[in-house]
Design a binder for this molecule. Sequence first.
Ligand SMILES: [Zn+2]
Length: 493
Amino acid sequence: MSLYNTQHIKLYNTLTGEKEIFQPITDGYVGMYVCGPTVYSNVHLGNVRTFMSFDMIFRYLKHLGYKVRYVRNITDAGHLENDADVGEDKITKKARLEAIEPMEIVQRYTVDFHNVLNTFNFLPPSIEPTATGHIIEQIELIQSIIDNGFAYTVNGSVYFDVHKYNESNEYGILSKRKLEDLIHNTRALDGQSDKKNPQDFALWKKAEPTHIMRWPSPWSDGFPGWHLECTAMSTKYLGDYFDIHGGGMDLKFPHHECEIAQNQASKGQAPVKYWMHANMLELNGARMSKSTGNYINPAELLSGDNDIMSKAYNPSVIRFFMMQASYRSVLDLTDDGLSAAEKGFHRLMDAIGIIDNLKTNSSSLFNITDWKQKCYDAMNDDFNTPILIASLFEAVKFINQVKDGSATVTPEDLALLKETIETFVFDVLGLINISKESAGGNKLIGAVEILINLRKDARLNKDFALSDKIRDELAEAGIQLNDSREGTTFTTN
Ligand SMILES: [Zn+2]
């Protein structure tokens, strides 16, 4: 029996505006699609937070025993400025500025994106498809939307007919907008556009002669509209109707609204059972923006090379900080907040580090089974990581009480406590155990790591005398080695 048979998740579905019991379409399997980055610049820290939220959700679903196919795309073509259908392709624009190939831009920033996510200990998605790798699927999709009467062709470009669609469907169903209001709030077309109505959006754009990224199609040499790629890639790998579609709050409209319309118009059904949206990351109480200077990128935050924070922060400290807020809340990144998170993070790691050295007793003064369920209850309540972390700190308090002799624990309870806290901290929250020194980058780390590796070799050679000697002599020097499933870590006193 899998854990998901006993742990029932309730998640907030943007589509219904309610927390619903999570019931996958196929028992035991979850299909999850998250809109990935547009790779024309370094990944934004706010996007890192969004992807981290879905990494945590992916980790928890896997922990519960679900077989999860997690698809997160790379947008490497066709993402236009200004709501995706006018202006210049951002990737082409950047390529022209830097006088290099568009695919060179794509490669550079895809590598950067992966590096940043690896630094923050993300699990790779199951499939990471690219828009340029799915042009044929997008052309087929456009053809079926045209065939079903929901798109029209003008001068080699193809537009989705929102007004026609709204006659038999509800455009705005996800973002709770009404077409009449949208019409009321948009300016009339200036005569330059091929569109019938301002609300229509491009499925295919004919390329100007100077446009580098282009593909042949039945309508023109051109490129697909941005909204289209996610419909093509999500349904190709997850089916026409799948469980979870996630992304940042800012994608709800028009991007996700258009995905729903495209799916309805081509396949005659809504694509997604649960829509999930992660909230914004602010910096010092204001929106992050390069133009106002209220901006920090992941590399600057990690290196300390910036004018906003007082020092460098370890990726696990930043991850811990982000996990202290619900994915649905706005989170304000501040130096004080990070510094408090750093203290909390080390308290947590220190407590985990001493579990193996605790003395056990014939009775426990802490109900570990109840506490364990509290941890699950927090995660089952729409992935409420701040409540989970509060529960983890109840265990930290108890561990410290056992250490100073003011509480007792049985060997069985201690083993359960250790297993549970490690599962939630390392597997679900995705934190990495680091000692205080590694946060500051001390040379001691390297030296101890060499000794840990020597000890590992000694154990592999069954030289337990040497392995124990390394452990004991390090302990005498005030360095405790802690063996766990993830390997050996150390703490200092
Ligand atoms: Zn998307």
